[in-house]
Design a protein around this ligand. Structure first.
Ligand SMILES: [Zn+2]
Ligand SMILES: [Zn+2]
Length: 383
């Protein structure tokens, strides 16, 4: 009974805390996170007993950088990501998709240079140079999209001494963004209330901000911090394969008319060019569909996940600021810094607690790019 009263009391206090912020704007919420925290506020403790300093959204470190050869965050990060160059590069857990994509691009370029361009003597240098330029753009955008932090949200693990019973009973919170009521859910794995538009990726095992989808071709999540590079990859690949297909068809047509070949004879005589044209045609169909779908999503300011779940079928999309502003927000606004510094050192945990609730609040940054005047009301519910 006493325990129940205690929980209710805590819950009430939380509701009051939350309702007290009901009149604050997103802008002021962001400002409230800009303070320099106490060292134990922005610390995440993992199951091995290490305290991990977490970058807040303004890139400030905690003071846990004292050991001479310290363990780094990326070495003990519980997600399934694979890190390279001592935590500087972060990839998804299964690099086979990324490898396959890279090989497809390089192989197409090699066939193009070695077999298709051989007969294009008049403009050989120009055509080869343009194809190499396109390949470079495709590979650079592929690397940028697949090796950047997509927007991983810091986890939170409470100390054993902390009473989290009341927290764990709260499964969702209702928030109001620009007059639209939305529900944010509690992530049992990351132990945070996920910010609006974020989701826990089951492949990478992380909560990701403005989660779009997990791309098997990049072997990486597509989220807030790599979406524009993903779009750059889609469009540059589309142009690349249109370029490949145009010259392949031109060569096939030329050979067929010169030698009076049928389609099967052409496939037998110039199989590399034929194979490249077929592969390019298939890739154009796939990439073209993706490009059209994502242009549609950008114009409406939706993520692929929101669209599949028909999140805004019954209510207005509070993030929709008109076509021009939506395009600006998706492609041209300044990207926020990563929330986690994977190269930061960790220090062994001391006995006792490790963080305050500010860590959790910090994780729950309201996602309101371009919507700084939105009013937020929050309520929580227990299930
Ligand atoms: Zn999560
Ligand atoms: Zn993922």
């Amino acid at each position: 009974m006493a325990s129940s009263f205690h929980e209710r009391s805590k819950s009430k206090n939380k509701t009051e805390d939350l309702s007290s912020s009901s009149s604050t704007t997103l802008q002021s919420l962001d400002r409230s996170q800009s303070h320099i925290p106490e060292p134990n506020e922005l610390v995440w403790k993992n199951c091995l007993g290490y305290q991990i300093p977490i970058l807040n959204c303004f890139g400030l470190f905690s003071s846990a950088l004292s050991s001479s050869s310290p363990t780094r965050v990326y070495q003990i990060w519980p997600g399934r990501n694979v890190f390279f160059f001592r935590g500087r590069v972060i990839c998804g857990p299964d690099p086979r998709g990324l490898l396959l994509t890279s090989v497809s691009v390089f192989l197409s370029e090699w066939i193009f240079c070695s077999y298709v361009c051989r007969t294009l003597l008049n403009h050989f240098v120009l055509i080869i140079t343009l194809s190499l330029l396109l390949t470079t753009v495709v590979i650079v955008s592929l690397i940028l999209a697949s090796t950047r932090d997509p927007g991983i949200i810091p986890r939170y693990e409470s100390s054993p001494s902390e009473d989290i019973a009341s927290v764990s009973r709260v499964r969702s919170r209702r928030i109001t963004i620009d007059g639209i009521e939305m529900k944010i859910k509690y992530c049992r794995i990351c132990k945070i209330f996920r910010p609006p538009r974020s989701c826990h990726c089951p492949v990478c095992d992380n909560c990701v901000e403005k989660f779009d989808h997990h791309c098997p071709w990049l072997s990486q999540c597509v989220g807030l911090r790599n979406y524009r590079y993903y779009m750059m990859f889609i469009f540059s690949s589309l142009v690349f394969f249109i370029y490949m297909l145009s010259f392949s068809w031109w060569k096939i047509g030329k050979k067929m008319s010169e030698n009076e070949w049928g389609a099967f004879r052409a496939a037998a005589e110039i199989p590399e060019t034929f194979a490249l044209s077929l592969f390019s045609f298939t890739a154009i169909g796939f990439l073209g569909g993706l490009a059209i779908f994502h242009v549609y999503l950008i114009v409406l300011n939706q993520t692929a996940r929101e669209n599949f779940k028909q999140r805004y079928s019954k209510s207005r999309n509070p993030y929709d600021n008109g076509m021009i502003n939506n395009i600006k927000e998706a492609l041209f606004t300044r990207l926020p810094p990563p929330k986690i510094n994977f190269r930061a050192a960790v220090e062994e945990a001391q006995d006792g607690s490790i963080r305050s609730t500010k860590s959790q609040e910090n994780s729950m940054r309201m996602d309101g790019e371009g919507t700084s005047t939105m009013q937020i009301n929050m309520n929580q519910e227990e299930i």
